[in-house]
Design a protein around this ligand. Structure first.
Ligand code: PLP
Length: 378
């Protein structure tokens, strides 16, 4: 049904009527095992739910369609998906990772893959930084755009071209942009990785991850093996909740983007805010590239308040509508002091607050943030 608009396909995600009952919304399939026919075959094609499960398969089909890919594997978390991409590389391989990458990805390489893979952090938003980081044994480049928490923008078409020139795989963490705002595979990436936990499930009640591949080839087969033999699969109920979340993704995201644009524009004018990191602002260094490769600029922003860490922490504690918590992509807006969440080694400035914009009325969000700022005068 790819002739229908994306929004229409999304609105019907997971709506494949049950052939026996006619139930419009398919129920999650919880069975771990599937009965053989007398001749020993499996009539439904399913054997055991670690290898494949109908609910998970339906979600993987929808995600493949959304990203315009060829195949998808879903995992128990976004980090499970990231882990699979790295675990599929040959031992001894070198990877180049965006330096402002989601901090657990850095942590993953420094701990789980210590002694297995080597890596170099590079500011991929800067032309030339990738070339300078390459080594003869480099196998993969891991980009994230917009990045976390500085919202740097990496030019995906240019990065993909560099990767193709050197025969490297390119994986893009597209969690913050979602497939609706940015399509890395169409720009030449090999893999897109998502934390389903965020916008795609969208209600702060599901943990999940996905890898979508441009080609269903030997490299994706290794990722599939990490999924089904490594065993970090997404469970059927989480897959079902993610399908439910996806049905309203386009509507949620549109409202969230609109509110974020309003808040960013407003906060950029405050004299007690040092910096607003949001690619939708014309003053953002990545604005032109973001305009080119994104439909809209997303619903995440970071602000650096005047007064450093003490004031930032006080502001985060003083909000009433914004909830003080980590994560993003839910219907409720969140504020967090990023440096203290990441801990030692964090690259986030002390005064930085990361905001995830939800579905509240934008005026309530602006008023709430203003009262929290005003409560702690500079
Ligand atoms: C949350 C997040 C992840 C990790 O996903 P989990 O579902 O928490 O494991 C990876 N990348 C980005 C950009 C994220 O925001």
């Amino acid at each position: 049904m790819t002739h229908l608009h994306l929004h229409t396909r999304l609105a019907h995600a997971g709506c494949s009527p049950d052939p026996v009952t006619g139930a419009l919304v398919a129920s999650p399939v919880f069975s771990t095992t599937y009965e053989r026919a007398a001749d020993g075959s499996y009539p439904g094609g399913y054997v055991y739910s670690r290898s494949a499960n109908p609910t998970r398969a339906e979600l993987e089909r929808v995600l493949t369609d959304l990203e315009g890919g060829a195949a998808c594997a879903t995992f128990a978390s976004g980090m499970g998906a990231a882990h699979a991409v790295f675990a599929a590389l040959p031992a001894g391989a070198h990877v180049v990772v965006a330096d402002d990458v989601y901090y657990a990805v850095r942590h993953l390489l420094a701990t789980v893959f210590e002694g297995v893979l080597t890596y170099t952090l590079a500011d991929l938003s800067q032309p030339g930084a990738l070339d300078a980081a390459l080594r003869p044994e480099t196998a993969l480049v891991w980009a994230e755009t917009p990045s976390n928490p500085l919202l740097r923008i990496t030019d995906l078409a240019e990065t993909a071209a560099t990767c193709q020139r050197h025969g490297l795989q390119l994986a893009v963490d597209g969690t913050w942009a979602t497939p609706l705002l940015q399509q890395p595979l169409a720009l030449g990436a090999d893999f897109v990785v998502h934390s389903l936990t965020k916008y795609l499930a969208g209600h702060s009640d599901v943990l999940g991850g996905a890898v979508i591949a441009r080609a269903d080839d030997e490299r994706f087969a290794r990722i599939r093996t990490v999924q089904t033999v490594g065993g970090g699969v997404l469970d059927p109920f989480s897959a079902w909740l993610t399908l439910r979340g996806l049905r309203s993704l386009h509507v949620r995201l549109a409202a969230q983007c609109t509110s974020t644009e309003a808040l960013a524009t407003f906060l950029a004018e405050r004299t007690d805010v040092e910096a607003v990191y949001f690619p939708g602002l014309p003053t953002h260094p990545g604005h032109a590239v973001a305009r080119q490769q994104m439909q809209r600029f997303g619903a995440m922003l970071s602000v650096v308040v005047v007064g450093g860490e003490p004031r930032a922490r006080a502001v985060a504690s003083g909000t009433r509508v914004f909830r003080q918590a980590t994560s993003l992509g839910g219907t409720e807006s969140l504020v967090e002091h990023r440096a203290s969440v990441e801990g030692p080694g964090s690259r986030a400035p002390g005064g930085l607050l990361r905001l995830s914009i939800g579905l509240e009325h934008p005026q309530d969000l602006i008023s709430d943030f203003v009262q929290a700022l005003d409560a702690v005068p500079v």
